[in-house]
Ligand binder design. Sequence first.
Ligand code: GAR
Length: 210
Amino acid sequence: MGLKIAVLASGGGSNLQALLDAWRTQQFRNAEIVVVGSDKPQAGALKRAGALQIPTLALEWSKFSNAIAFNQEMALRLAEYNVDVVCLAGYMRILTPEFVRKFPQRILNIHPALLPAFGGKGMYGHHVHEAVLKSGAKFSGCTVHYVDEGTDTGPIILQATVPVLDQDTADTLAERVLIEEHRLYPRAVALYCENRLRIVGKRVHIVEKA
Ligand code: GAR
């Protein structure tokens, strides 16, 4: 039996698309994307999944009394698909500790900067690129990491760098970072599916192919 992957996304879903493309071209050994979930029923990501007849799970955030109730329901619904691993792809809700504990070392996230810088509460989407520009950093990039109970604090799996150019705006920087995200996330998920990641303290070692 292969790994069952769920992808959670809140936005347009270009990272979801990169994962779907990688899966459909057999880059994820022994794994299957079984469901795509969102906190936004209108998310473009759900349309991308629907176009490929992949089951979708749309839970409207505002219909729940709090984050705990929302996350409980999301976890219950994912359990119906026997999900092994959850990939966050532009998912803009912080997971509750209860949710994270249901999937220990089995949740991956992509962040549009080089963690541990420019992460944490409020650091998502454009806020990240604006903060990078403001800081004067010469490089940004993206990070795929395991999700732990903190915000953007889990062990780092892979990173890619992108130079920050003098004329960059948050939009142009976001665009260049996104190109790298689309390369990086499928690579990280492929390594996970091949069981080649070993968490050693805060570090993630990548072992040779068996
Ligand atoms: C991506 O840049 C992703 O790294 C970022 O949102 C964008 C979603 O784009 N995620 C976060 O900021 C999470 N903290 P997409 O919907 O086209 O994949």
